[in-house]
Design a protein around this ligand. Structure first.
Ligand code: KG4
Ligand code: ZN
Length: 353
């Protein structure tokens, strides 16, 4: 079975062809066209500009993804598209294209929840039947920060989530405060890695670990961003090129400590057999490694699944993989609305704003 995936929920236009090798999802092509330079000058993603770019690029990228995979549209068995959540104008371009392709090729179409895609990115190249349930997923991206419990494939229960900003959003906002540009995640982690060699005059900066002792599994990151703002207002020297590395480092430590502590607490409470990390922020080496070493130390019998670093950001291979595995493992593909169950939150609907 070959699946053509389309992802246009934010500022990446991506199309992928995913097949199977020995029962494991295998990427035949995964074209990702980033719009970062276009949005950088606005300091964040502009929804209408993103939609316009998707509209311009999608036909070319569909052709390129098919070409690179060596397959023809007639050979595709299923079309999978990100149905949401995401920027509505951007999503409409992808879903419109997917519906058209499905109509002309007479192939079935499935809409995939973006977070389901991120979760299944960690299963690319792995035998989905060998994964041990329950799985505890820590999903960290620009729009989401969630602890999700899965008793079996495609069944989700959100057991904790951010009460305000997502982790990626906090990285991006703090990068802006520190004058590091957009997107902030990669810039902050680079600065933080360089910080070890820096000397700082005066007190080293110290930031709060929000909600670390809240007793529940929820998160909050907007106060941390404000703490960086006040810290640098009080001590403007911390914005100097050398010194801001230390702030970036302390911010990354604060975030990774909270993520680690809450995830370990969730492991204690729910006894999963696997912990799965995913989402754009899972590209962060410190977060990946910290979670790996603390799990190894405290829960050596728990498996740890992370996506290939190239598949952490938004991409269509994760959407195609979720579609493929739904087709293979689920008997409910016929109901295209089914896969929204239990993953949709008030925040996804814009009800928190
Ligand atoms: O999953 P993703 O590509 O898009 C959404 O679904 O939101 O995540 C994007 C987020 C951005 O906020 C970006 O700054 C962050 O992931 N990010 C990182 C790193 N690479 C990307 N955050 C921290 N460290 C990184 N290395
Ligand atoms: Zn994403």
């Amino acid at each position: 079975m070959l699946v053509l995936g389309i992802e246009t929920s934010c500022d990446e236009t991506s199309v992928s062809v995913v097949g199977e090798k020995n029962g494991k999802p295998e990427i035949l092509s995964n074209i990702i066209s980033s719009q970062v330079p276009l949005h950088a000058k606005w300091g964040g993603v502009v929804p209408n500009l993103a939609a316009r770019e998707h509209l311009k690029n999608l036909p070319l990228i569909i052709r390129k993804a098919l070409e690179e995979s060596g397959k023809k549209l007639e050979e595709i068995g299923l079309i999978a598209v990100t149905k949401g959540p995401g920027l509505i104008p951007a999503l409409l371009v992808g879903t419109g294209a997917a519906k058209t392709l499905s109509y002309i090729s007479k192939k079935p179409l499935i809409g995939i929840h973006h977070i389901e895609g991120h979760i299944y990115s960690s299963l690319i190249g792995k035998d989905p039947k060998s994964v041990r349930f329950p799985i505890l997923c820590l999903v960290i991206s620009g729009g989401h920060t969630q602890l999700v419990l899965m008793e079996k494939h495609f069944e989700y229960e959100i057991i904790g989530e951010t009460q305000d900003d997502a982790v990626g959003e906090a990285f991006d906002k703090v990068a802006r405060i520190l004058g590091l540009g957009y997107p902030g995640g990669p810039a902050i982690s680079k600065e933080a890695e360089e910080a070890a060699s820096q000397k700082i005059s005066g007190e080293p900066p110290s930031l709060p670990r929000p909600m670390i002792n809240s007793g529940d599994l929820n998160f909050s990151f907007s106060g941390l961003k404000t703490a960086v703002l006040y810290l640098t207002k009080d001590r403007p020297a911390l914005l100097d090129e050398g010194q801001r590395k230390i702030v970036a480092h302390e911010f990354q430590e604060a975030v990774s400590e909270v993520l680690e502590k809450k995830t370990l607490e969730a492991v204690r409470r729910f006894s999963p057999k696997t912990v799965l990390l995913s989402g754009g922020v899972s590209a962060n080496r410190r977060i990946r490694e910290r979670l790996a070493s603390s799990l190894k130390e405290s829960f050596p019998d728990v498996d740890y699944l992370i996506p290939d670093i190239r598949l952490t950001g938004d991409n269509a291979a994760m959407i195609a993989t979720a579609g493929l595995l739904r087709l293979k493992l689920s008997d409910r593909i016929g109901n295209l609305d089914d896969n929204w169950k239990n993953l949709e939150t008030k925040a996804d609907l814009g009800l928190n704003r």
